[in-house]
Design a protein. Structure first.
Lengths: 115, 114
């Protein structure tokens, strides 16, 4: 079975540019998570969807970040405009349901570098 | 709100030696506890998880973890480490009132000496 798919795997952009990260969750999974990983802050939850609806976006850093899930098989995380401090690895994860303890399955991540 | 502390940022062990990675959590009720492993350049992979019942949990790759409520701990162990175990290990806690959102610890990077 295909796992969580993220694209691109690597992105290098210049400050001020728009960046779009993409995620395809595991088929049949109803919950989707976006995380950001940096050396300084570790692994942070940005936003969490259940049945395509954003449930908790309290981790989204600021208005420059937005996330959408137009259908059960696709989600995007957009940064506009990007800044050097946004450089990080962004992970998408999905789980079968939204119940406590449901296992989250992680994608390989997108390494974003903002120059 | 729940929190997780992994006191050891780096650990180095010799191949064949035993391993214990520490994890302490803070949560008012019975937590859901997880250990994930991240190999370089990869996403996180679940090693094991605890919900309830037997406090000693077996996972993949020969790992086990023990939930100790009195110590608010969920330490990960392996009796004999292999070079391929070199990776970063994350402990995470989930709460019954938070859907399946997880709070992750800062991670412990394991290095294995030949």
């Amino acid at each position: 079975d295909a796992g969580v798919i993220q694209s691109p795997r690597h992105e290098v952009t210049e400050m001020g540019q728009e960046v779009t990260l993409r995620c395809k969750p595991i088929s049949g999974h109803n919950s989707l998570f976006w995380y950001r990983q940096t050396m300084m802050r570790g692994l942070e939850l940005l936003i969490y969807f259940n049945n395509n609806v954003p449930i908790d976006d309290s981790g989204m850093p600021e208005d420059r970040f937005s996330a959408k899930m137009p259908n059960a098989s696709f989600s995007t995380l957009k940064i506009q405009p990007s800044e050097p401090r946004d450089s990080a690895v962004y992970f998408c994860a999905s789980s079968l349901g939204g119940a406590p303890g449901d296992t989250q399955y992680f994608g390989p991540g997108t390494r974003l570098t903002v120059l | 709100a729940q929190s997780v502390t992994q006191p050891d940022i780096h650990i180095t062990v010799s191949e064949g030696a035993s391993l214990e990675l520490r994890c302490n959590y803070s949560y008012g009720a019975t937590p859901y506890l997880f250990w994930y492993v991240q190999s370089p350049g990869q996403g996180l992979q679940l090693l094991l998880k605890y919900f309830s019942g037997d406090t000693l949990v077996q996972g993949i790759k020969g790992f086990e973890a023990e939930f100790k409520r009195s110590q608010s701990s969920f330490n990960l162990r392996k009796p004999s480490v292999h070079w391929s175990d070199a990776a970063e290990y994350f402990c995470a806690v989930g709460a019954t009132d938070a859907g399946n959102m997880l709070t992750f610890g800062g991670g412990t990077r394991l290095m294995v000496k030949p």
